[in-house]
Every structure is written in C-alpha cells, then in structure tokens.
Write a protein that binds this ligand. Structure first.
Ligand SMILES: *[C@@H]1O[C@H](CO)[C@@H](O)[C@H](O)[C@H]1NC(C)=O
Ligand SMILES: *[C@@H]1O[C@H](CO)[C@@H](O)[C@H](O)[C@H]1NC(C)=O
Ligand SMILES: *[C@@H]1O[C@H](CO)[C@@H](O)[C@H](O)[C@H]1NC(C)=O
Ligand SMILES: *[C@@H]1O[C@H](CO)[C@@H](O)[C@H](O)[C@H]1NC(C)=O
Ligand SMILES: *[C@@H]1O[C@H](CO)[C@@H](O)[C@H](O)[C@H]1NC(C)=O
Length: 606
C-alpha cells in the first residue's frame, strides 16, 4: 500500500494533474433546485480551491442515539452518565471498508494519505482541491452563484455524483449543493438603536429618587424594576426569572461557551464597560478566546460585532464567574469573484463541530445565535450536522440555538424575495423553519418581550420538514396541534416534524455596549445566550453537589422540568403572509414551554 502511494506521488509531481480515476460509473448523490434569490453568475474558475469535506457513514449512529436518550432521560438509571470523547468517537467511526474505499478513490485522483485531513472519529475526510479536480471527482460543473439581496457570491453546483464503488460509503460531500447562508447580526439581531431618550430619562429618574420603581413580577416572586419593561439588563433577567442573588460558585470544572461565525468577535473593552454598568463584580475578568480554522479576533473597537458582543456580555454576565469560552470560526465570505485570488470555502458548523468534538472537556453549556432557513441547507448536510450535535449531547453538553427571527417565515416582508415557497420545483407556499434549531438534539430558544411577557412577533417557530417529531415532544406538541382550528395552515407546515422552539426568553431591548456606546439590541440572538447563562447556573449547582451536568436538555425539559417554566400564553409570530401561530396554554410554536423560572428549575433538577 505504501509503495503504491509512493509511485502515485512520483508519477504525479503535481498531485492534481493525475488523470481521472479508473473507477466505474458515476451515480447521482444529490440534486437540488437552488433556493430563491440565487442566480447563476458565471462558470467557476478552474483553479479556485475548495476544501471538500467528505462525510463517511456512521453505521452505529442508532446505537449512539439510544445511549443519548438513556443518559438524557431523567427517569433513566443512566441519567447523567455521559460518554467520553473516545467512547463517542468509537460510536461514530466509519466502517473500515468505507475508509479504504474512499481512500482508494482519493488516491486515484492523486491524493496521498498526508493530503487527507480527518476528524477525530475518522467520520469526515477533507481534501483541498481546485475546482477542475472536484468537477472530475464528482462528475459535475461548479458555477459562481450570486445572492441578489446580499450581493454575496458562492461557488456551488446543483448536483453531484460519485463512482458506484464509493456511493454507499459516502453520506455527503460539501461544498457542493449547500446554498445556506448563516444569518446573524443583520437579520437575527432585530433592533439596533441608541438607548432611547425615554429609557434614559426613566433610568435617571430612578437614580435621582433613590427608590427604584418596581412592578409586580407576573412570573411570581419579588417585584421587578419598572425599567425592565423597556430595557433588559442582567439584573432584569435575574429578577424576572427568579434568580435574584444567584451567583455561580465556580464549581468543579463548570464552563460556558459561545460560538461566533461570519468574522464576528467580541470586544474586550466593550465587555468591561458592560460589566461596569451591569455586573461590577466581574470587572477586569475576561474569557478564553479560541480561533477555529483562523477565526478572527481583532480588538480594534470599531470592528467589534454586535452579535458577538451581545452573546458575550449577557451569557458571561449572567453566569459570572463561570469560566467562559468564545469560539470564533472562520468561513466568510466564501468567494469574491472580482478578486483574482482563489479563496477558501467551508461549512462553519462542521468545522466548529470537528474542533470541539476533538477536545476532551468542552463547555457544558454552549449557545449559538446563527441559523439558516432549513430548506437552503441540503438535507444530507443538515442530517450530518445534527448528528454532530447529538455527539456533543452524549458528551454532556447542552446546546442552545436561537430559533430565528422571522416568525413562521424568513423575516422578509417583501413577497417578491421572501423564501416562503417550497424548493422542490413545485413552488408551493410553505413556512420556513430554521436550522440548526430544527435539529431534535439541540434546544431551540424563541423570544418574548415586555412584562407581563408575551411571545414576540419575530420569534421563530414551526415544524421541521427534515426531522420528524422526537418522542419527547409527542405529548406537548400533540396537544398544541389538537388545539389548532381544523385545517389551520394545511399544507404550509409538516405536523409530523420536529417542532420549535423548545423554550424562550426575553429577546428585545437588551442593553449592551458596542464600540464604546450603550445600545439596545434584540432578536432570538439575545434569548439564546441568556437562556444558556441560566443553564450554566443550573450546572453550577449540580456540579457543586457532585452531580453530572445536564447535557442534552430536551427530554428533561418536556417531562420533569415542565413546571419550571413560566407558560407564555399571548402573542403570535406572523410570516409568509399569515398571522403565524398563537401562544397558548402549554407548549406552543412561538414560545415553546415558556421562559425559565430558575428558582423552580433548580429544585427540579438538583
Ligand atoms: C409594559 O409595557 C407595555 C407596553 O408599553 C405595557 O402595555 C405594559 O402595561 C407595561 N407593563 C407594566 C407592568 O407596566
Ligand atoms: C480593574 O483594573 C484597573 C486597572 O488595572 C484598576 O484600576 C481597578 O481597580 C480594577 N477594578 C477592579 C474591580 O478590580
Ligand atoms: C480600526 O478600524 C477602523 C475602521 O475600520 C479604521 O479606520 C482604523 O484605522 C482602525 N484602527 C486601528 C488601530 O487599526
Ligand atoms: C414561485 O411563486 C412566487 C409567488 O407566486 C413567484 O413570485 C415566483 O416567481 C415563483 N418562482 C418560480 C421559480 O416559479
Ligand atoms: C389565533 O387566535 C385567533 C384569535 O383567537 C384565532 O382567530 C386564530 O384562528 C388563531 N390562530 C391559530 C393558528 O391558532
């Protein structure tokens, strides 16, 4: 084997120049219709370099899933008995036959063993290839596609094939058909405005009279500062969610993590200003920054990202002094056609997953405020990324994702560009769930606002077209569906799909610091890190008592923990030309089970 590889190398001083493989017929792997809003711009330059990620099947995944539910079900004897990195890696390892077939296929295109980058479980193999080689390998033609609304370009294809011998040994290859656009600050961060004059006046009035005006806490417990109805601070969330005076006691190994994409990173100076304003005890403390695949961390204050600042300030502010980690994953913009230099392309979720799964002790609570319209993410890819999230769950990590900011749609008010149509050539009207929120192995966090809280209109909610309803949702979601007027939105959503969100939290008018100034900001981008902060506080208590971290939350949330949530029963989430779903008693497709009552949850879970 070694000799063969050596000969290949000698015969091909330019590895990529090896003639096409002697493999048999190519067989179609995937064909898609590009999502609305993308137009063909021109052929892809032959020398443009692509990082081709090849996902090998994980034949033991059903076993992994059984273990995941066993360790996440609070009634199971095995609750909390999470698996180590090595144990999880063994459960997702590909069959050796798949590895050798894929390796021979790659060798036939001139790749040596050292050209192949592998994930720690060996279930992903990545090679860097110029477009012309990828086109031969996949019997396809790449093009440059332009996204009308943003002006972004991508190098993609609408179908690809692989030789018969490797067809069943490969789950997915990307970037090929992936047109997903990770959305954050511009669309997910909802409001972005200087602190309103009214809020400032109110704050000053409170300070000058010395006696904070308060309002009744509709969620029970002590009253809430009146200012919380217009401006959300860390204290407001602790008051509203029954966690007054709760501070983590840096318990054994507890950590909280946040992920950043799209060249977003948090500004340290802004964080210190935020701490001075809202969490004085945290002044002069910071967090760990980890760059994944060259993710940036420019501390020039005018370059800080609103999304990253929001996440860091609230998640770390609530959970202080729990050690925090911010992961900055590279990956945008993938392609600039007017610039001569070929740039890299990648799928940031899987890059981040590879990275975090390869480490022995990831943070036990991690929030991500980025998402795509589910239908723009190819199904094969979504399924694989979702399986990666399951691996983290089995490792004992709780993953929070914002549920999206478009209500039941994509947030685009313009019917001409809105995505509310099926992508399958039929062009039927359809609601747009968000991914990764739609993955059943993550906790999707929707949004509320005001006091008393109601579901905010933009709160992403609905039903997955890719993932079927997990059994932990049967009772709660079945009841919601049974309560819908007969025939409601028939054909617009998949009533058998995984339903989102799971839970919710305040999501509007969060007071953060950005580029040295206080601003108000919102979106489910705000609710996810806020919820994650409370999960970290719950883990802090559990770990202090010698218990295991909560891990994959949903089976617990929908059973034992239901009574630990404030049920939100008003509000609706319009989209796609409809008023969307209503908040109702019990679970609903705008606020999920409701907002957290920390005091109750801590009793239920520790
Ligand atoms: C909070 O603000 C909303 C909107 O202005 C108002 O309807 C509600 O009464 C306020 N809540 C309280 C408790 O004052
Ligand atoms: C934070 O650091 C500054 C500068 O070193 C120092 O003046 C200040 O007292 C510190 N504050 C706290 C709360 O530790
Ligand atoms: C910071 O960024 C701004 C805006 O991009 C730029 O004008 C300025 O020169 C940068 N400052 C430093 C010190 O790099
Ligand atoms: C799909 O339907 C919408 C709304 O009727 C229309 O604007 C759009 O052009 C159609 N797209 C295609 C590809 O037929
Ligand atoms: C929402 O509530 C309104 C008012 O009660 C009702 O007319 C409507 O049918 C409900 N919509 C859904 C989708 O349940």
């Amino acid at each position: 084997m070694r000799l063969v590889l050596l000969l290949t190398a000698l015969a091909a001083p330019f590895a990529f120049a090896t003639p096409a493989s002697s493999c048999g017929e190519h067989k179609l792997k995937e064909r898609i219709v590009p999502p609305r809003g993308w137009t063909l711009h021109g052929p892809a330059p032959a020398d443009h370099i692509i990082r081709l990620r090849i996902g090998l099947p994980q034949p033991n995944f059903p076993e992994l899933e059984r273990h995941l539910y066993a360790v996440s079900d609070p009634d199971s004897e095995r609750y909390g008995q999470h698996f180590s990195k090595e144990e999880v890696d063994a459960l997702v390892a590909p069959h050796p036959e798949s590895v050798s077939r894929v390796d021979s296929w790659l060798a036939s295109h001139g790749f040596n063993a050292e050209d192949i980058e592998r994930s720690s479980a060996g279930d992903w193999a990545t090679v860097r290839v110029p477009v012309r080689v990828a086109e031969k390998m996949l019997n396809t033609k790449y093009s440059v596609w332009k996204h009308a609304a943003s002006g972004d370009y991508l190098v993609r294809t609408t179908s690809y094939s692989v030789p018969e011998e490797v067809h069943s040994h490969i789950d997915v290859i990307q970037p090929t058909t992936m047109f997903g656009r990770f959305k954050a600050s511009k669309s997910t961060v909802h409001s972005f405005e200087p602190e309103s004059a009214a809020a400032a006046v109110l704050k000053n009035a409170v300070v000058s009279t010395g006696a904070a005006r308060t309002i009744d806490n509709p969620n029970g417990g002590p009253p809430v500062d009146a200012s919380c109805n217009t401006t959300i601070t860390v204290n407001c969330l602790k008051q509203l969610y029954n966690a007054v005076g709760v501070t983590a006691k840096p318990a054994k190994g507890n950590q909280i993590g946040l992920t950043g994409y799209l060249e977003q990173f948090a500004n340290e100076a802004d964080l210190q200003q935020f701490y001075a304003d809202q969490v004085p005890a945290a002044l002069n403390t910071s967090f760990k920054f980890i760059s994944v695949k060259g993710g940036l961390n420019d501390q020039n204050i005018s370059e800080a990202g609103a999304e990253a600042n929001l996440d860091v300030q609230f998640a770390f502010g609530i959970s202080f002094p729990t050690p925090g980690t911010f992961y900055s994953t590279a990956g945008r913009p993938p392609f600039i056609p007017d610039v001569g230099t070929p740039t890299d392309t990648n799928e940031p979720y899987t890059d981040w997953l590879d990275f975090v799964l390869s480490h022995p002790n990831p943070p036990q609570s991690i929030s991500t405020s980025y998402g795509d319209d589910e239908q723009t993410v190819p199904r094969d890819f979504a399924v694989r990324a979702c399986k990666g999230f399951a691996q983290l769950g089995l490792r004992g990590v709780s993953l929070m994702f914002s549920s999206g900011d478009g209500g039941v749609g994509d947030g685009d008010p313009d019917p001409a560009t809105q995505q509310c149509f099926t992508n399958d050539g039929r062009n039927a009207t359809r609601f747009i769930p968000g991914f990764p929120a739609s993955c059943p192995f993550v906790t999707a966090v929707g949004g509320t606002t005001r006091i008393p809280e109601f579901g905010i209109g933009f709160s992403g909610g609905g039903f997955s077209d890719y993932f079927s309803r997990p059994s932990y949702q049967n009772k709660a979601v079945g009841k919601f569906l049974a309560g819908l007027p007969k025939g409601t939105y028939k054909g617009l959503f998949n009533p058998r799909g995984r339903a989102i969100p799971d839970v919710s939290a305040q999501s509007n008018r969060f007071r953060i610091f950005l580029s040295g100034r206080p601003v108000l900001i919102g979106g489910t981008s705000a609710s996810s890190p806020a919820f994650a902060g409370f999960v970290a506080l719950l883990n802090d208590v559990r770990l202090a008592k010698g218990k295991k971290p909560l891990g994959f939350l949903n089976p617990l949330l929908y059973s034992k923990a239901v009574s630990g949530f404030n049920d939100i029963t008003t509000g609706n989430n319009p989209g796609c030309g409809t008023p969307g779903f209503n908040a109702t008693k019990g679970w609903d497709a705008i606020t999920g089970l409701g907002t957290p009552n920390f005091g109750k949850l801590v009793k239920l879970v520790t």
